[in-house]
Design a protein around this ligand. Structure first.
Ligand SMILES: Cc1ncc(COP(=O)(O)O)c(C=O)c1O
Length: 422
């Protein structure tokens, strides 16, 4: 932890209190740059809003990220309020209701990602009724997902998309629906992978599916979405993903793929969330009480799983492992301590046997890798504690960008700060 970063975390806790999330968009900018240079500009970047729907963050991304992917009409509205062009938004999600499809289509949605034929029929009717033709992608669930992904969304019975064996027939039907224009395909089959070989094997599988299905349907797609699956090293000892190894291995395949006239003009898009934003965020929680219980030292803090469910290990982790964390202000590593939250349940634990400096009441702990699937992936209403603040460092100023504030005034002041900084 650099001293500078730690100073900002201390200032955030001091000025805005705890619990809180602090985001450093400069880190996201570096990630964007890293992805663009590793893939030689061959892939567009689509940010999965579900990973962090903070309106100020979405606003900051305008012009920096190519596209947004939303998974509910609520996320679509957030994207609109944050200044995004609806034409640059795609809409995934397996349970889209008729009104969600209608509002999105009427709102100028760029790409509707069909997860079923039911959605295709609803969307076609909605579009026809208003004299529109909605561009759509078909989400395909491949037959297999290589080992090494944290969550596997295909290769077994799955609510997501149309199974590969059924995809050709589905494409034929969709192509015949008057309210739809088939613009391409979408695959998202696994998340959180730190193994470059597995990611490359997955992407190769996607390309081969795109080839077969587009050939069979005589489709010249303008959009092909690859669910990135790029993982984050959440825990001490995890080896960060070597992105260059992934890019170097897959770029020749993409070059070959593009040689086919059918694919020369297709935009290939990487859809991803955590790899872009997780490391740019910290969760700050303050020690309220210290207890020694049967030989274990426990620091009981003001924010726990109610604010940060994934760090408590209850968001798809098979074995609970500590997120990397440190005591703000540093200090010698001297003793193992359990970090628990304010809830009346023993599963409200953010760390077990974490090696931290001797903690005292009032100390602030910073949980790393908290910029994705933090606040909005957590049961914040449980036990009615006030929601944590969200803060963002922009133009050398910490802004309160809590999603519960009216976003417009915040966004305006952020724009001013960004302009000042430029
Ligand atoms: C359809 C879809 N797109 C994108 C993502 C983002 O995944 P990640 O944050 O792991 O990059 C997910 C995650 O579940 C997803 O289901």
């Amino acid at each position: 932890m650099s001293g500078d970063r730690d100073d900002w975390l201390a200032a955030a806790a001091d000025q805005f209190g705890t619990p809180s999330f602090v985001y450093f968009p400069d880190d996201i900018a570096k990630r964007i740059e890293k992805l663009r240079s590793a893939f030689g500009g061959q892939l567009d970047l689509s940010f999965a809003v579900k990973s962090n729907p903070n309106p100020a963050l979405l606003h900051w991304m305008v012009g920096k990220i190519d596209l947004l992917d939303v998974s509910s009409i609520g996320e679509f509205h957030l994207a609109m309020e944050s200044g995004w062009d609806p034409a640059l938004v795609s809409f995934t999600g397996p349970a889209k209701r008729e009104f969600e499809i209608r509002e999105a289509v009427h709102g100028g949605l760029g790409l509707l990602v069909l997860e079923s034929l039911r959605e295709a029929r609803v969307a076609s009717e909605v579009a026809c009724a208003s004299g529109q033709v909605q561009p759509v992608l078909l989400r395909v669930a491949p037959d297999r997902v290589p080992r090494g992904f944290g969550d596997q969304m295909a290769g077994r019975p799955s609510p997501f998309g149309v199974d590969l064996p059924d995809a050709a027939a589905a494409l034929e039907l969709i192509a015949s629906m008057p309210g739809l224009r088939l613009a391409g395909l979408h695959i998202y089959s696994g998340t959180q992978c730190l193994k470059p070989d597995a990611i490359v094997e997955n992407y190769r599988g996607f390309l081969s599916i795109f080839e077969d299905l587009c050939e069979g349907a005589a489709l010249t797609p303008d959009s092909l979405v690859m669910g990135a699956g790029l993982g984050v090293a959440y825990h001490d000892g995890d080896v960060p993903l070597p992105l260059d190894a992934v890019a170097d291995a897959i770029l020749p395949d993409i070059a070959r793929f593009r040689e086919a006239p059918r694919f020369t003009k297709a935009k290939i898009k990487l859809e991803l969330g955590r790899y872009l934003v997780a490391e740019a965020g910290y969760f700050l929680t303050q020690v309220v009480s210290i207890k020694e219980s049967r030989g274990v030292r426990i620091a009981i803090c003001d924010g726990g799983m109610n604010n940060h469910l994934p760090a408590s290990g209850h968001f798809g982790m098979v074995i609970r492992r500590n997120y990397s964390m440190h005591r703000v202000g540093g200090g010698e590593v001297v003793e193992p301590v359990d970090i628990s939250g304010p809830l009346c349940t023993s599963i409200d634990r953010l760390g077990s046997g974490v090696r931290l400096p001797v903690l005292t009441e009032g100390d602030v702990i910073a949980v790393h890798n908290s910029g994705a699937y933090g606040l909005t992936a957590s049961p914040i209403h449980f036990i009615s504690h006030a929601p944590p603040a969200e803060l963002m460092l922009l133009g050398g100023v910490l802004h309160d960008v809590s999603r519960f504030l009216a976003p417009v005034s915040t966004l305006e002041s952020m724009s001013l700060a960004a302009a000042d900084a430029a």
